[in-house]
Structure formats: C-alpha cells, structure tokens
Design a protein around this ligand. Structure first.
Ligand code: PLP
Length: 401
C-alpha cells in the first residue's frame, strides 16, 4: 500500500478539464470553445509577429544573461506595465504612488494580492461578481481572504443587474474589497457602461470600499488598449487607492510564458515604498523571483516604437476577428430560425459569449455535436472560425429545440 492511499481523486478543473476531454475526442468536426485562448481563422494558436520580433532581438542581444531577476521582477517591465494600464501621464505614476511587481500572469498577480491582503488587511472579505472566473473563489481563501459575492448578471435580460450590483455594494461593510473585471467580464461578456462605471465609483467612494481590478483582457474587448483601461483610470484619477492585476496572456498571446503584473496605487510615495517591500516578502518564500523571458518580450514590445505599433495592430486584429465571429454566429442562428433571442451574442464583449444554454443543452452540444464548452454555457468566441460558425449554429439550434 501507499502512504497516499487515502488521497481522494480530485475533480477535473471546470475549464482546463474541457480541453482534456476535447483532446480525447476523435471526431473530425470537434470544436474546443472551452478555454479562453485565441485561435486564427484557421483554428490555430497564434504567436504574434511583434512577439517574434522581440524574441529575435533578444537572441541577437549578447548583453542579455540568465542571472536571477530581483524578487519583484524586471523593473523596466514593471514601469512599462503600470504605464500601459494607467497611461504614462497618470498623476499617481508621476508622483511615485504606484508599486508594481512582476507576477506569474494574472493568476499570480491575484495570488500575491490575496496574500498581501490576508496579511495587512485582515478581516475584510473580497466581494466577487456573481458569476465570476472560477479561480477567484479559490485564490483569495488560499491567501487568507474570505470570499463573498455581489449581484452582477441578470439571466432574464442576459445583461447587467445594475440595481442588484449597487444594492450589494452599498450593503457591504466599509473597507470591503470589491473585485471588478476591468473590461470583458469573464464569463458573461457583460460590462457596465461608462455611466454605470461612474455610479459604481460613487458607491465605492461613499462606502469606502477597496477596489481590486482584474485586467486580463486589455485591448481584447474593444481592440483599443486605452479604451479598455478606462474604468481603471476613472477610479485612479478620482484619487482612490486601488489594486490592479494585469495579464499579458491574452493581449500578447503569452499564455504559457506566465507574465503579468500587480500594482498597488496608494495615497503617497512613502507608503508605496513600504507596500513594495512587503510584496517582496510575499513573493520570496513562494517562488523566490519570477522568470525573465516573458518580461523581456513585453519590455521589448512596450519600449520599442516599431514593435509597439505592430502589437497595437495585432491586438486590434484579434479583437476584430472575435467581433466578426459574433456577427457570423448570430446571422447563422437567424438563418436557421433558432428559437429565442440571440442578440446577446452581438452585445456581449470580449472573448466569451454567455450563451444561456443550460447544463443539459451543453451536454447535448458536447455529446452529440462534439462542441466542447464549459458547463455554465460559456463559449470562447476566439475559438470560432468562419468555416465553423455554421456548424456551431446548427449544434446550438439542435440543442435548444
Ligand atoms: N482573470 C480573469 C478574469 C481571467 O479570465 C483570466 C484568464 O482566463 C485570468 C485572470 C488569469 O489568467 P492568466 O493567469 O493566464 O493570466
């Protein structure tokens, strides 16, 4: 017998488990719309040309070595990252009030933030939108932060439950942490309007809540990096202290490089220094210091005009292809006369559509049509191609009839 006989089998991950099932399926028409990774019009993974260019420059640069980075990562990468999300002319940046560390993508940024909050902001719970990215519910308790939720999505309208959201934020105890998806809410694809963001800001301010922005899709929602950062900038420019978790997985296609950043925007530069020192204390015993390759790619894209301009076009290209797949799927359903209203496919934002399919219908999609998606009815629009939109529509049509 093994020492580990008593270890129970863990359930498959609700998102990554879908990819495992997809790989095992031998059917030629299968589609993987589970995981949120971009695919080309040919259904292939994409390495951006700007990333290739940066990597070629790195290979040629004989001054680069493989020494350890500092605990907080590549300092120039950190500077460029906070400027990307906040804007280079942001007062908080200029005044040295933003502390940034490099992280293991967005997940790692959230994990460091959680442990920091569990240590220095004891007793406050984090309020997550309902629904939210599933990993949020595990990351925060692991860092020592209790999880609560606020109303977000209204299944009846397939839109935002704005009144419910405001009521729940108003009812949260002062000092509570409020997790906000900066843009392209996952899994619903439903974002507040500019006016609604302004209202949320008012509530957050009045109730002295601590906003934590999860920014995993900057540029992916609208195709415009600045526009997708508007909500974050609105809060920071209003003088609030905020926490920001950034990921370059989607907008640079650097999924497996695990590159992201965590920033604390605080009231003064002295506090920023102390906060930075404690972020290092969280990181050091966890993984000592982060890997250098992804940070070096991002650094070369954000600091080199030619690479940056090329990247901006590529982000827009990815966003535009996703948006065009919304139109393709919507019109294919119209043509089939599929029962129900499917306008939410056009109205939702970012990588995902929250189809509204129930669990039995999802099972039919997978078992009968080999379309793999998460059980909550979410599909990744980035996995749809013009050639397969018709097939997908027919599968949805069959599943809802
Ligand atoms: N936050 C949200 C809302 C996400 O959707 C994701 C990725 O799917 C992440 C964070 C973090 O992903 P990663 O750790 O790959 O950057």
């Amino acid at each position: 017998g093994s020492i580990w006989n008593g270890v129970p089998q863990a359930p498959p991950d609700p998102i990554l488990g879908v990819s495992e099932a997809f790989k095992a399926d031998k059917d030629g028409s299968k589609m993987n719309l589970g995981v949120g990774a971009y695919r080309t019009e040919e259904g292939k993974p994409l390495v951006l040309n700007s990333v290739r260019a940066a990597e070629r420059q790195m290979v040629a640069d004989m001054s680069l070595n493989k020494e350890y980075l500092g605990i907080g990562g590549n300092p120039n990468f950190c500077k460029l990252s906070r400027e990307l999300i906040l804007g280079a002319d942001c007062a908080a940046v200029r005044e040295g009030r933003v502390s940034t560390v490099q992280s293991l993508s967005g997940t790692g940024a959230l994990r460091i933030a959680a442990e920091f909050l569990g240590t220095f902001y004891k007793g406050a719970a984090v309020y997550l939108p309902n629904p939210t990215w599933g990993n949020h519910k595990k990351i925060f308790p692991n860092g020592g932060v209790a999880v609560k939720s606020y109303r977000y999505y209204n299944p009846a309208t397939r839109g935002l439950d704005f009144q419910g959201l405001c009521e729940d934020l108003c009812a949260a105890p002062a000092g509570s942490i409020i997790l906000l998806h900066a843009c392209a809410h996952n899994p619903t694809g439903v974002d507040p309007t500019h006016e609604q963001w302004a209202e949320i800001l008012k509530v957050v301010k009045a109730k002295q809540l601590l906003p934590l922005f999860d920014s995993a899709y900057q540029g992916f929602a609208s195709g415009d990096l600045d526009r997708d950062a508007q909500a974050v900038r609105m809060f920071v420019n209003a003088g609030l202290e905020v926490i920001i978790c950034q990921s370059y997985a989607k907008n640079m296609g650097l999924y497996g490089e695990r590159i992201g950043a965590l920033s604390f925007v605080v009231a003064d530069a002295g506090v920023a220094k102390k906060v930075y020192s404690q972020m290092q204390q969280v990181i050091r015993p966890m993984y000592s210091n982060p890997p250098m390759h992804g940070a070096a790619i991002v650094e070369r894209i954000l600091s080199n005009k030619e690479n940056y301009e090329a990247w901006k076009l590529e982000v827009k290209g990815m966003a535009d292809r996703i948006i065009s797949m919304r139109t393709a799927l919507h019109s294919a359903l119209q043509k089939l006369g599929t029962p129900g209203n499917w306008d939410h496919i056009l109205n939702q934002i970012g990588m995902f559509t929250f189809t509204g399919l129930n669990s039995a219908q999802v099972t039919n999609m997978t078992k009968k049509h080999h379309v793999y998606m998460t059980q909550d009815g979410r599909i990744s629009m980035a996995g749809v191609t013009a050639a397969k939109a018709q097939y997908l529509a027919a599968a949805i049509d069959d599943s809802v009839r």
